[in-house]
Ligand binder design. Structure first.
Ligand SMILES: Cc1ncc(COP(=O)(O)O)c(C=O)c1O
Length: 458
């Protein structure tokens, strides 16, 4: 049923089951929806964000580049927890560090020496870091960074490009439950648009505490944008804060600031610093960070030792091995392979951006993007590979060339199904549509399973 196209890797075609057995996943999901609002803790992990009924929902275990679902199916994983796994699941040295710390304790009323050691490790690894404070999640860290920037400047407005997490400062205007008045204090601008940034700085002259930005995942923002943002922020007496939550320990150990050579005043790290354990950090210039001490930024679990032990192990592994070089190499191989396979099948697809975290685009008319993604994800899952709608393809130190080649092979089969379903370059012309990210109030009632191989093009 695969009808695989010519394969860039020349690997033999593996037998493909007609359908993916997902009985346990689907049964558990029915219960989850009754006990957990939305069924999941993370919007992007809701099964309707993938291919409901044709893509696994619950994991049983994971190791290296692989994950097994509760029905016993094995996959090469490019989702990797939405980014925190950079070394691969259950990296032996990280797991050992966690086990060792477990022998000593997790949380205490006294401080752990680890807090000092890991702060020193981050200061050595990250260009802008002279001091560090620890948090549990990325959104918590970005909210803390906003607070620190406001305290340091005595100003209240933040100019922001990109997603910063769920806390109130970032959700005003996006979530009806957040008081609308807060919208005035965080003003969004498009990534890369220095003219609009300048206009906003003029409009809010003397009020802007900081400019927050990350990279655009299609790599359309570059060093010139980051340098421009820095100059504009400085000229207006505002701080520059980089959100390195996804890029950190991925584009470069020190994130986009190291990769592009632009050093901000503050930065937030989370995914990647502890290979999946819940740890985030705000780092920055000493005189800016000093304001964290005098503001109400305090959390019981900031010094939780298992995550800190994992972070120390991660820092050691990155120092001793060319992890970043590996992520770029295998990531580039995946991008080239996917692009060649799609071109071979005649599907309007592009894998773009940064190899350690590449983004995927199905360049179809808007109404076709959702169903085409479902078909692609389902057909790849059927062939043993987990991708996420739009990417990002989160490469790890555990992904080997053979994993990548087998995954490209699987994707080639999926592209062939897409072409036969009518999603071909020839048929649609391609209008450069979105990466197909979807966030919304899903329930399984709204997302009926689609039969394997069904032509879903309207
Ligand atoms: C760039 C960026 N910043 C902040 C966050 C929020 O992090 P968390 O989900 O850990 O709160 C995310 C989450 O995906 C992110 O991608």
């Amino acid at each position: 049923m695969t009808g695989d196209t010519a394969l860039p890797t020349g690997l033999p075609t593996p037998p493909t089951p007609a359908t993916l057995p997902l009985t346990r996943s689907l049964a558990l999901w029915q219960v989850a929806e009754t006990l957990i609002p939305g069924g999941s803790q993370t919007n992007s992990k809701r099964p309707q964000a993938f291919a409901f009924g044709r893509y696994p929902i619950f994991a049983a275990r994971a190791e290296g580049s692989r994950i097994w679902d509760v029905d016993g199916n094995e996959y090469v994983d490019f989702v990797n927890g939405l980014g925190p796994i950079t070394l691969g699941y259950r990296h032996p040295a990280v797991d050992q560090a966690v086990r060792d710390q477990l022998e000593h304790g997790v949380i205490a009323g006294l401080l752990w020496p680890l807090e000092v050691e890991v702060a020193r490790g981050l200061v050595e690894a990250i260009p802008c870091a002279e001091q560090a404070r620890f948090f549990k999640g990325g959104g918590e860290a970005t909210a803390a960074a906003a607070r620190i920037a406001r305290a340091a400047t005595g100003r209240s407005v933040i100019l922001n490009a990109g997603y910063r997490g769920w806390p109130d400062p970032w959700a005003a205007g996006r979530d009806a439950a957040v008081p609308a008045e807060l919208e005035r204090y965080v003003v969004s601008f498009p990534h890369g648009d220095l003219a609009q940034l300048e206009q906003l700085l003029d409009q809010h002259r003397g009020e802007v505490a900081a400019v927050f930005t990350d990279v655009r995942y299609d790599a359309s923002c570059d060093a010139a944008y980051l340098r421009g943002a820095q100059e504009l922020a400085r000229a207006h007496g505002a701080l520059l804060c980089f959100d390195e939550i996804v890029n950190g320990f991925r584009l470069a150990r020190g994130g986009m600031q190291e990769h592009f050579g632009v050093t901000p005043d503050l930065a937030c790290f989370a995914k990647g610093i502890a290979n999946g354990l819940p740890l985030a950090a705000v780092v920055g210039r000493r005189e800016v960070m000093a304001h964290a001490a005098s503001s109400l930024i305090s959390l019981t679990y900031g010094g939780e030792a298992l995550s800190l032990a994992a972070c120390r192990a991660v820092l050691d592994i990155y120092a001793a091995n060319d992890v970043i070089g590996h992520l770029w190499r295998v990531g580039r191989r995946l991008m080239d392979g996917l692009n060649a396979a799609a071109a071979g099948a005649g599907v309007p697809f592009a894998c773009v951006g940064y190899p350690p975290m590449s983004a995927m685009e199905l360049r179809l008319p808007a109404e076709q993007v959702g169903p085409a993604w479902e078909l692609f994800l389902a057909e790849c899952a059927l062939r043993g590979v987990l991708f996420r709608r739009g990417g990002l393809n989160m490469m790890t130190y555990s992904h080997q060339e053979a994993d990548v080649d087998a995954s490209v092979h699987a994707a080639a089969g999926a592209f062939d199904v897409l072409r036969r379903a009518g999603y071909s370059t020839e048929a649609v012309g391609g209008d450069g549509q979105s990466r197909g990210q979807q966030v919304g109030p899903w329930s399984s009632a709204q997302a009926a399973p689609v039969a394997a191989g069904t032509a879903v093009r309207p």
